[in-house]
Design a binder for this molecule. Structure first.
Ligand code: E4P
Length: 221
């Protein structure tokens, strides 16, 4: 399963990318606004840090407007993927962008299994299912996760299923069990996954015991 970072914070993305385990980045207008930087500049900076796909969102409301905007956004860097809204105009724009304009698309704000199906049928490279916002209204995101993977497998759609709005390690586990292609996660959750109390206490005990037998010498740093 690929790991993307869900953020437009350049320093945080760099720190995560330095681990070697990050495959891409997703942004949205809220993250860009939080960065306090110009949209084009921040997308350019992120694309230089991460060679994998970097999603940046088109905000036009008509299919023609989205196509024009998406082509401009895609010209920022070769690894840009354009986020397109899950609606009728968005799904009209997707096949034109994918087949005629050579622009990869990521259909975003998918909250139902039938929306996921339509986005796959339209030919999106990525379909973004949104987990925690569903959980917040007592709809179990696990159903959407499992359905999206099943729909893709049953019909051989080429879209990658991307799980977004991830807040907990349990969300990551749900995705791993279901066979999701990509999770996009905040850096805090990414670094949390490295940690376990038993790992910390176990390694600390080994370090102390090592000091006892290594003549006071410290292990090489
Ligand atoms: C995905 O498409 C969204 O941009 C993002 O993952 C939303 O995350 P949030 O629900 O934490 O705002």
């Amino acid at each position: 399963m690929k790991i993307f970072i869900d953020s437009a914070d350049v320093d945080a993305i760099k720190e995560a990318a330095d681990t070697g385990l990050v495959d891409g980045v997703t942004t949205n207008p809220t993250y860009i606004a939080k960065s306090g930087k110009n949209f084009k500049k921040v997308v350019e900076e992120i694309c230089k840090i991460v060679p994998g796909p970097v999603s940046a969102e088109a905000m036009a409301e008509t299919a023609d407007g989205m196509i024009k905007e998406a082509v401009e956004i895609a010209s920022i860097a070769p690894n840009v993927v354009v986020k397109i809204p899950m609606n009728i105009e968005g799904l009209k724009a997707v096949p034109v962008l994918e087949k005629q304009k050579n622009v990869k698309t990521n259909v975003t704000m998918i909250f139902s299994s039938t929306q996921a199906f339509l986005a796959m049928k339209a030919g999106a490279s990525l379909v973004s299912i949104v987990l925690s916002r569903l959980d917040a209204i007592a709809n179990e995101s696990i159903v959407l996760v499992e359905d999206a993977v099943t729909i893709k497998q049953n019909y051989g759609y080429r879209s990658e299923v991307l799980a977004a709005s991830m807040k907990t390690q349990n969300h990551v586990l749900e995705c791993l069990r279901a066979g999701v292609d990509i999770v996009t996660i905040p850096t805090q959750l990414f670094f949390q996954m490295y940690r376990h109390t038993l790992t910390d206490t176990g390694l600390e005990a080994f370090r102390k015991d090592w000091e006892k037998v290594s003549g006071g010498g410290k292990p090489q740093s």
